[in-house]
Design a protein around this ligand. Sequence first.
Ligand SMILES: Nc1ncnc2c1ncn2[C@@H]1O[C@H](COP(=O)(O)OP(=O)(O)OP(=O)(O)O)[C@@H](O)[C@H]1O
Length: 460
Amino acid sequence: MALDVLIVDDEKDIRELVAGVLEDEGYTCRTAGDSDSALQAIDERRPALLLLDVWLKGSKLDGLEILDAVKERDPELPVLIFSGHGNIDTAVSAVSRGAMDFIEKPFEAERLIHLVARATETDRLRRENAQLRQRIGVAEELHGNSSAINSVRATLKKVATTGSRLLITGPAGVGKEVAGRLLHSWSPRADAPFITVSSARMTPDRFEEQLFGQEQNGKLVQTGLLERAHGGTLFLDEVADMPVSTQAKILRVLTEQSFMRVGGDRQIKVDVRFVSATSKELQTEISEGRFREDLFYRLNVVPVAIPPLTERRDDIPPLVEHYLTRLAVEHGMTSPVVSSEAMAALQSYDWPGNVRQLRNLVERMVILAPHGEVSQIEIDMLPTEIVQGDSDQGLGVSTLTGVPLREARENFEREYLKVQIRRFSGNISKTATFIGMERSALHRKLKLLGLNERKTDGQA
Ligand SMILES: Nc1ncnc2c1ncn2[C@@H]1O[C@H](COP(=O)(O)OP(=O)(O)OP(=O)(O)O)[C@@H](O)[C@H]1O
């Protein structure tokens, strides 16, 4: 997706020349000849970069005054200054007032392209950094090799280059946002922003100001998230929590690709790809009047369901490996190994908080290890709830000591096999290989112990 550059210069020839050079490089350009039309263009839609001449003949404000006005409204908007030969001092002072750099006229096309690329790249990196800092730990990759994750990845890859809208469903912490970010990074919009709207975290009375921005007497007061996402992707997290009145406005944005800021009366045009996520059952929300059915159909063009971790226990070892390697790099240490007993316990646990909970646990174990650096993670280092699993599942003392040996052995075998089969998500071949039994012998054993194979599949 092309980045939008606004060129402000009083000389028409220069405006056209600069626009021509940048358009050849794949940017989209808008132009303005004076301060009124420059500020109006910014109010119409925030550009990705502003190129600003210092001297503007016949203009109400000169370049520096425009710079001040722009920085007051939107301090993060990158600005490059054009300066004539005689006003280098002014250009230098522009840099101290928030411009990114300046370019002296007459300039070489190569230098212009270089500076514009650098300015937009710096902005992109700063944005990316801020997002990473804000959501520390959000991996840009979807780790795991289960068939469920492979199929999510394949769908994302297939639709990344199209502009289709996606609705990603799954319980909390399964990786819906990671999937959205991955889709964005594979799409032609990768260089433009990925902006998250956290419906669950925004207060309803400020929701629309934050989403659509705010205007007063025709002047921009606050740029909204929708406008910041121009050219990129808007991720509507927990979309079911969006106020119903806002849902109607979003529907209009989807059909018209334009919206009005709060307090404004003009249409702002944007080109945004919508990716939504929900952990709620939207059909129930619709039938109970909390979610608009027409919006559901517009957002749910490509449905992507990410199952909970209990339904893809194969993903646990690669996820643990990934977090350990990352921690080792971050802390300059050797990555600990996980004993097979500890890994088996991790694979048998139910992870109500899904991947987020697994990540937190691995980080806690490594960072808060009582004796400094850990080289091997053993089962006794895991929290008790993980080792014991559900309380109705463990072997109580009475089931072992209060019965004859034969019965105690059967009780143990039953519990042991339940755990192993859960760990391999009900896959009998994998379980048989791990426990060192013939597949047919395992089937016989399960029957003998009264274990229904389907019931042992992840939810025994
Ligand atoms: N497949 C994955 N590979 C690597 N990390 C993952 C994966 N899935 C989830 N995570 C991690 O789990 C955490 C939660 O992921 P994410 O925020 O995408 O979940 P979510 O489904 O959007 O949850 P919520 O709706 O609660 O925000 C993130 O910090 C991310 O690091």
